[in-house]
Design a protein around this ligand. Structure first.
Ligand code: GLC
Ligand code: CA
Length: 550
C-alpha cells in the first residue's frame, strides 16, 4: 500500500481522556464528552486526534497499564462511544490515532494472570527470573517510576521485570508469540478504521541479551541496555512488514534519550523505514537534565540548539514531530514562558514551534494557556511517579521544598481538567470531578477566550490557519539566526517564492529589535504578532512576530 504521508499537512490535538470532558456526569472525562467537542477541536484547525489510552485498565498509571487491548473502557463509553467518535472525527476530516502501549501490560491483564501460573502459551510472555543467591535481584536495573525494576511474585515464585510501575510488568518481546499479539492489536484497530499509533516507549522493548548489570549509569540504571536494544529494528520492521505497511497509517515512536542521528535509523524515508516520526525529549530539557525532577534554570540557548538540531538533521530525510506539551510534563507557560506575561508568552510559545517543519501536536488546554496546578498538600497528587518521588526523594528537605519540587516537576501539573467555562468545576463535569480543577479557571477558560478576539485560543487558530496556508512551512529551508542570544529565538523558513521570519522574545524586558541580514523587513508583511502595533525598534516582553515575504 502506497503511503500518502497525509500527516505532513496536519496538526494533531492530544486528548488525555480522563480530564478532557465528562459527558455523563460521573466526574471522569469520556468519549461522550469528546463527541460533544469534536467541532471545537476541528475549529482549532486540527486534522487529527491522538488519544492517550482508552482501554480497560485498573488505572495504576492512568490507563498506561492496559488490561485489554481490544476494547474501550466502560467508563470512557465502551466501543460504541468510540466508534461514534471515530466516525464523527472522520466526517470532519480528522484522523484518529491510538496509544499503543506494548512495552508492558497491567498486572491484571489475563496474559499476566496466566503467565504467573505458568499456563501455556503465556508462560514466557513476561520477563521472569529467579533471584540471585543471597536474596539478590536478577540485576541492578531501576524502574523509572518505583524503585528497582524487579518485583517478587509469590504465585510464580520468581521476579518479574517492570521498567515502570510495579503494576506494569514488561512484556517479553523476544517471544514471537508476544509479537504476534502486538500484530493482532495493530490489525484490530486499523481494520476498524483507526489511522495510526503513538507507540509508548517503544524503543525499550528489546532488552540487552542476558540482562547484564549496568555499571555506567548513576540513576535510571539499565536504560542504556534496554533503550534501542539489540533487536529493536528487527521487531519494528516485522510490525511494518506484516501489518503497518498494508495500511496508509502513521506511526509515532516515543523515545526517551534519542538524538537525530539515532532517530534516522528508524525514520529515514524509504523502503526500510520503521517509524514515521519520533517523539524526542531534547526540546523538553531546556530547564532540566534528562527529567523534570532534575531541574535547571531555563536556558533558551539549550532550547534553540535542540530545535535547530532536529530541524537541520532530519531535513530531507525524515519528518519531525513538534510539541511543547503533553501529559508527561508540566505546562509550558509555567516552564519556558512567564505566568506574569501569561497571554504574551502563551502566544509566543505557540509561534515559536508552529512554523517549524514537522507535524505539530497541541495538548488539551495548551491552546488556552492552562498553567501548572500547585496543590497545597502532597496528598492531593494522583500520579504514581509523583507519589514515589515524594516518598523517596529529597526526603531530608523541608516540607515546603519537597512540595515545591512536585509543583515544578509533577505530571499532575498538566493533568487537571480542561477549563471550559467559569461555571462550577470549570464546566468539565456536572458531577464531582475525579481530580482537582485548577483554581484559576475563572480567568482561564475556553468560553471566555471564544469571546475575546485577542485570546490565546484565537491566536492558536490563526497560527494554525497560517501554517496550513503557507507551503513554505511545509517545504522551506530552516535557518536559525542570532544563535548566541539568550533572549531571542529567530528563524527563517525559505522556499522558492516565499520567506518567513519568526522572531520570539523570551525576555520579560524589552529587547532591541534585530532582523537578520538580507531580510528586508520593509518589503515583508507582518502576518502574526501578539501585540497590537508594530514597534520599529524593540520587541516587547515575550513578543513574537511572523513576517512573510512573497
Ligand atoms: C510513556 C507515557 C507515560 C507512561 C509511561 C509508561 O512515557 O507517555 O504517560 O506513564 O510511558 O507507560
Ligand atoms: Ca464520565
Amino acid at each position: 500500500m502506497e503511503k500518502t504521508r497525509w500527516y505532513k499537512d496536519r496538526v494533531f490535538y492530544q486528548i488525555w481522556p480522563r480530564s478532557f470532558k465528562d459527558g455523563n456526569g460521573d466526574g471522569m472525562g469520556d468519549l461522550w464528552g469528546v463527541y460533544e467537542k469534536l467541532d471545537y477541536i476541528k475549529s482549532l484547525g486540527c486534522g487529527g486526534i491522538w488519544f492517550s489510552p482508552l482501554y480497560p485498565s485498573p488505572g495504576a498509571d492512568c490507563g498506561y497499564d492496559i488490561a485489554d487491548y481490544m476494547d474501550i473502557a466502560p467508563e470512557f463509553g465502551g466501543m460504541e462511544a468510540f466508534q461514534k467518535v471515530l466516525e464523527g472525527a472522520h466526517q470532519r476530516d480528522m484522523k484518529v490515532i491510538m496509544d499503543l502501549v506494548v512495552n508492558h501490560t497491567s498486572d491484571e491483564h489475563e496474559w499476566f494472570q496466566k503467565s504467573r501460573q505458568r499456563i501455556a502459551p503465556y508462560t514466557d510472555y513476561y520477563i521472569w527470573r529467579p533471584g540471585k543467591p543471597g536474596g539478590k535481584l536478577p540485576n541492578n536495573w531501576d524502574s523509572l517510576f518505583e524503585g528497582k525494576a524487579w518485583t517478587w511474585d509469590e504465585v510464580r515464585g520468581e521476579y518479574y521485570m517492570h521498567l515502570f510501575a510495579i503494576k506494569q510488568p514488561d512484556l517479553n518481546m523476544d517471544n514471537p508469540l508476544v509479537r504476534e499479539e502486538v500484530k493482532k492489536i495493530l490489525k484490530f484497530w486499523l481494520d476498524m478504521g483507526v489511522d495510526g499509533f503513538r507507540e509508548d516507549v517503544i524503543t525499550f522493548v528489546s532488552k540487552a541479551e542476558g540482562l547484564p548489570n549496568d555499571y555506567l549509569m548513576p540513576a535510571s540504571k539499565g536504560i542504556g541496555l534496554y533503550n534501542h536494544g539489540p533487536h529493536i529494528h528487527e521487531y519494528l520492521s516485522e510490525f511494518q512488514r506484516d501489518v503497518l505497511s498494508h495500511y496508509d497509517c502513521v506511526t509515532l515512536a516515543e523515545a526517551p534519550m534519542v538524538n537525530p542521528k539515532i532517530t534516522l535509523t528508524y525514520t529515514t524515508e524509504g523502503p526500510e523505514q520503521e517509524i514515521d516520526m519520533m517523539i524526542q525529549f531534547e526540546t523538553q530539557c531546556a530547564d532540566c537534565l534528562f527529567s523534570d525532577y532534575m531541574p535547571m534554570p531555563f536556558s533558551l540557548r539549550k532550547l534553540k540548539a535542540a530545535f535547530s538540531s532536529w530541524q537541520n538533521k532530519l531535513r530531507g530525510k525524515s519528518w519531525n514531530m513538534l510539541y511543547m506539551e503533553n501529559h508527561d510534563h508540566p505546562r509550558i507557560i509555567s516552564r519556558y514562558g512567564s505566568e506574569q506575561f501569561w497571554k504574551e508568552s502563551g502566544k509566543m510559545l505557540a509561534a515559536c514551534y508552529l512554523f517549524q517543519q514537522g507535524t505539530p501536536f497541541v495538548y488539551q488546554g495548551q491552546e488556552i494557556g492552562m498553567l501548572n496546578w500547585r496543590p497545597e498538600s502532597p496528598e492531593m497528587y494522583e500520579d504514581v511517579q509523583t507519589i514515589w518521588q515524594y516518598e523517596h526523594k529529597a526526603v531530608n528537605k523541608p516540607a515546603k521544598k519537597r512540595l515545591q519540587r512536585l509543583w515544578r516537576a509533577s505530571r499532575d501539573s498538566a493533568r487537571t481538567p480542561v477549563q471550559w467555562d467559569d461555571g462550577e468545576n470549570a464546566g468539565f463535569t456536572t458531577g464531582k470531578p475525579w481530580f482537582y480543577v485548577n483554581e484559576n479557571y475563572r480567568q482561564i477558560n475556553v468560553a471566555q477566550q471564544e469571546e475575546d478576539p485577542d485570546s490565546i485560543l484565537h491566536f492558536y487558530r490563526k497560527a494554525i490557519q497560517l501554517r496550513k496556508s503557507l507551503p513554505v512551512v511545509r517545504y522551506g529551508d530552516y535557518q536559525e539566526h542570532f544563535k548566541g542570544s539568550g533572549k531571542l529565538y529567530c528563524y527563517t523558513r525559505t522556499g522558492e517564492n516565499q520567506q518567513l521570519l519568526v522572531l520570539c522574545s523570551f525576555a520579560g524586558k524589552p529587547q532591541k529589535l534585530r532582523i537578520p541580514a538580507g531580510f528586508i523587513r520593509e518589503k515583508a508583511r507582518l502576518i502574526l504578532c501578539n501585540y497590537q502595533s508594530e514597534d520599529q525598534r524593540e520587541l516587547r516582553p515575550y513578543e513574537c512576530r511572523v513576517y512573510l515575504l512573497d
